[in-house]
Design a protein around this ligand. Structure first.
Ligand code: NAD
Length: 246
């Protein structure tokens, strides 16, 4: 893909999948605004992007807070003048069985994973509609597609992301904005580091390609959907899971 002259904003790009997306877009020519609540990790990603010769900067906005997201897009406008590509990647888990789940665990996951995507899509769409150009790629999850024990909050949030993707694709098409999602399966990142080895082994046995995905696997799927090569694709969910759930 060639993103020369394009500007991207990737939420949660201080680590894991988001960092791999930000770096791949930069390697392919994009200038990238890095977002993460971790100041240190965001600065690290910015350093790696500038080392590639691209422009970068960071915002530590919490995507769950509407006013902070508004400020992040103002920063993007002042730094780059536009946002061509928005990747809504920031996400968290707070796993628990339904009957033990606390209200805080439910609220936090819905706030970050679902309201966060709403906040960013709303501000992103306002800029992109002025430009008459935009690519929004939302990071969903296989948990939304098939369910996962202990993740009622997370699966519901990601299911909401898929529904929102399909709705916004229809709503924003007239502004030349494509909205798609990538649904990762089991990916080796800091989020899944805590999964016990026995569970990891079991999960890998269920994957036809017999390995966990790596963040770059997801980044390549995102780059395709963010590119003009995919300009006639909108409202779709691209599963990227080693064949695990198909
Ligand atoms: P990760 O924990 O490595 O990275 C998530 C990043 O988001 C972190 O750097 C974190 O600081 C940041 N973040 C968290 N809350 C934020 C907030 N409120 N505002 C801004 N930034 C915030 O996780 P990851 O595995 O790279 O996950 C990235 C995305 O992929 C998430 O949406 C996750 O749900 C999704 N996903 C991951 C897997 C997997 O197996 N790792 C599978 C399916 C979907």
């Amino acid at each position: 893909m060639n993103f020369t002259g394009k500007t991207a904003l990737v939420t949660g790009s201080g680590s894991g999948i988001g960092k791999a997306i930000a770096l791949l877009l930069a390697q392919q020519g994009a200038d990238v605004l890095v977002n993460d609540i971790s100041t240190e990790n965001a600065a690290q990603t910015v350093g790696e992007i500038t080392a590639l010769g691209r422009k970068s900067g960071s915002s530590t906005a919490n995507v769950a807070v509407h006013a902070e997201v508004e400020g992040m897009f103002e920063l993007a406008r002042s730094m780059f003048g536009r946002v061509d590509i928005l990747v809504n990647n920031a996400g968290i888990t707070r796993d628990n069985l339904l009957m033990k789940m606390t209200e805080d665990q439910w609220d936090l996951v819905i706030d970050v994973n679902l309201k966060g995507v709403f906040n960013c899509c709303q501000h992103g769409a306002r800029m992109m509609s002025e430009q008459q150009y935009g690519k929004i790629v939302n990071i969903a999850s296989a948990s939304a597609q098939i369910g996962n024990i202990g993740q009622s909050n997370y699966a519901a949030s990601k299911g909401g992301v898929i529904s929102m993707t399909k709705t916004l694709a229809k709503e924003l098409a007239r502004f030349n904005i494509n909205v798609n999602a990538v649904a990762p399966g089991f990916i080796a990142t800091p989020m899944t580091e805590e999964v016990p080895d026995k569970v990891k082994e079991y999960l890998i046995q269920q994957i036809p390609l017999r390995r966990a995905g790596n963040p770059e696997d997801i980044a390549h799927a995102v780059a395709f959907l963010a590119s003009d090569t995919a300009s006639y694709i909108t409202g779709q969910v691209l599963s990227c899971n080693g064949g695990m759930y198909v």
